[in-house]
Write a protein that binds this ligand. Sequence first.
Ligand SMILES: [Mg+2]
Length: 312
Amino acid sequence: MKSEFAVIESLKKKIPRRMQGEIGIGDDAGVLSAGAQRALPLLLTTDTLVEGVDFIPGKVRPELIGRKALAINLSDIAAMGAEPLAFVVTLGLPRAWSEKWILRFYDGVLALARRYKISCAGGDITRARQFFASVALMGRARKNEIILRNGARPGDWMGVTGSLGGSILGRHLRFAPRIREARYLSRFIRPHAMIDISDGLLQDMGHILKASRVGAAVEAAAIPISRAAIRLAGGRRGRALIHALTDGEDFELLFTVSAAQKKKLEISWKRRFPKLRLSWIGRIRPGQRMEWRRNAKRMPAPRLSKTGFTHF
Ligand SMILES: [Mg+2]
């Protein structure tokens, strides 16, 4: 099988453009703005967890798998600048799967749904060889609040929330989707482009650069490296940086803003979100290349064994 991204490219060509909603497929969520929805579009996204691919059932509590199944979708709706509304859950169940496990899975789903005041609007159950849980989540935003991947402009600063890398040590199950932060950004700052970091900073930054047809100068010393990444790297700075750049499932926000927007944000962010770090990791440049700096001096690109998490 080709890579996930190659398959998406083929599907983009196969599905007629007029069928793909307002912005076309390939962003963090689809946007539907026909008819009555013109001023207040609906957004739709879906994501799936599969036993053996995304988790090993005996090793993770069902509540945490349920929580994550919804949280990864919330993160995509956040990345668009939208507010989540309602979701449906499709479960694929092997014959021997217990009802108790499923109810505990739903405890995790519903606890998170309550926190964000969203509705569980139904779902479907089917027989499957491996357990899977697929959530589809609908959101809403004013038309001018929706932020796509393709709006980055030369001169923009790249901001990233939180700290990155090493999510495998636990954060990938317990992360807080950045709904409040993204809503603040989309309503009061209006970043030019935004994405949630699910495949690793480098790969997701690549998605913004490619969609916006721009390049970037990245400041290595400014990348926020998580404690988990340092632990995974056994304390070696270089290795920890690679974890921060390429480990998947951080579910932080990466966005680009003008210098004026950055100034405004620097004043307001600390007061609004005192516990969440905000880092400026580089600037958008014309051209298509990614350049690296350390303390403003040019450096070779970090050598990577992998450039991010791909599902296939
Ligand atoms: Mg995403």
